[in-house]
Design a protein around this ligand. Structure first.
Ligand code: FAD
Ligand code: UDP
Length: 385
């Protein structure tokens, strides 16, 4: 078989974007390998065979971006529905809107505060940490919303999600979550948002649909019995590698820590289990973090009215053999990562990208944006050798 101009390891959004740009913009022949039996990485979804409902196999994926270039780029492959993500949370048997907004605050305190009154109330409750610049998630949470709201909605949910005392987690995790003094309960603040009209898989397959792109599934880069394996191609042909960076170097500097999730799927004989796509569970006595009901991602579709599918999501530390999902990024992880980065810099003819290759949490639009920059800049140097 002819050797490709470029080998891409991993068919997630990072690898697919590089492949599409390399074939269309640079005129290269590209081979993408993926060890899974489907392309698309973690954004992959499939139709549930019993109900026809589109289910996100690796956890709920909501597309949102404020990056104009990324938005125009993705619209070449798919249109998007007008879906706007909204999340609710259950605390002590009562449902509240998330992220914390005026609706949450008034319902929690059984009040009718105006925005100014609510601000004053939260400022007073956060007063115990006034003026501090908290570094850990516990103190940051209290300084943002005061102790009562923090203990109801954040403390136990975060404990379940990270299996770590919030005092030992970085404040940055909670900074992602806005607090609003209006009744706006949209989850994301981005300019563009929606779900791919024909589903994720149709979108992802269109990105690879090019005569110069070959996709080889169920093909592991480290399997020396397949021809395009690491030992055979290292330094020989240009490679963009989007698998785990520690695995590439045989874990020589130690392993990087990841969190994974387990999804427990159940079919139910009702047309609607929870009335919304995502319900968080804020309390410690419920073992899962949230329940996803995928039918609500596509209210425009003609799904069965007497059956539904739900996924209960549990979070835990990843062990060897688990899917690595969220980088833990402890102090030790950051030290280890620096050593791998130095090795990656010196790796001849290989570029490292994507979530696993850079050990970074990347939303889809970030993975696409960084792949577009790599295709603009570093790819030409890589090809020159
Ligand atoms: P991936 O999609 O992980 O692709 C990497 C690919 O490399 C995989 O297919 C893997 O099989 C392959 N691979 C690894 N090792 C090898 C090997 N040795 N040989 C061959 N192939 C290999 N983003 C959002 O924007 N919105 C969301 O709502 C959202 N929700 C998420 C929920 C969860 C649970 C997770 C885990 C992520 C979520 N994301 C979300 C992030 C999104 O999944 C990523 O941005 C995107 O998957 C990044 O693409 P990637 O190509 O870097 O990595
Ligand atoms: N969070 C929380 N309660 C919630 C939702 C979020 O405490 O109901 C916290 C939690 O620490 C989480 C962080 O806010 O890790 C960021 O939330 P996001 O929904 O972005 O988390 P993701 O599911 O993407 O990790």
């Amino acid at each position: 078989m002819a050797t490709p101009d470029l080998l891409i390891v991993g068919s997630g959004l990072f690898g697919l974007t590089i492949a599409e740009r390399a074939a269309n913009e640079h005129g290269l022949s590209v081979t993408i390998i993926d060890r899974r039996d489907h392309l698309g990485g973690n954004a992959y979804s499939e139709r549930d065979p019993e109900t026809g409902i589109e289910v996100h196999k690796y956890g709920a994926h909501l597309f949102h971006t404020s990056n104009q270039r990324v938005w125009e780029y993705v619209n070449r492959f798919t249109s998007f529905t007008g879906y706007q993500h909204k999340v609710y949370t259950t605390h002590r048997g009562v449902v509240y809107p998330m992220p914390i907004n005026l609706g949450t605050i008034n319902q929690f305190f059984q009040a009718a505060h105006t925005p100014d009154e609510a601000r004053a109330l939260i400022a007073e409750q956060a007063g115990e940490l006034a003026g501090a610049d908290p570094e850990n998630l516990n103190d940051k949470g209290i300084s943002l919303i005061g102790r009562p709201l923090y203990e109801a909605f954040i403390k136990h949910y975060t404990g379940k999600q990270w299996q770590t005392d919030p005092k030992d987690l970085p404040a940055s995790i909670i900074s992602r979550l806005p607090v609003r003094y209006t009744y706006d309960n949209r989850y994301f603040n981005d300019t563009y948002e929606g779900l791919p009209t024909d589903g994720y898989t149709a979108w992802l397959e269109r990105m690879a649909d090019h005569p110069r792109i070959e996709v080889r599934l169920s093909t592991d880069f480290f399997d020396t019995t397949q021809e395009l394996n690491r030992d055979a191609v290292r330094g020989q042909i240009p490679v963009v590698y989007t698998g785990p960076v520690d695995r590439y170097f045989d874990y020589s500097e130690g392993t990087l820590g990841w969190r994974t999730i387990d999804l427990e799927t159940e079919h139910l004989s009702t047309g609607d289990f929870q009335g919304t796509s995502v319900m968080n569970y804020a309390d410690a006595d419920v073992p899962y973090t949230r329940i996803i009901e995928p039918r609500h991602f596509h209210p425009e579709r003609d799904y069965p009215t007497d059956r539904t599918v739900i996924q209960r999501e549990y979070s835990r530390f990843a062990e060897s053999g688990d899917e690595p999902y969220y980088p833990i990024n402890s102090g030790k992880d950051r030290e280890t990562l620096l050593k791998y980065r130095a090795k990656a810099e010196n790796e001849p003819r290989t570029l490292f990208g994507g979530r696993l290759g850079t050990y970074q949490y990347l939303d889809m639009h970030m993975a696409i944006g960084s792949a577009l920059s790599m295709a603009d800049n570093k790819l030409a140097d890589l090809l020159r050798g």
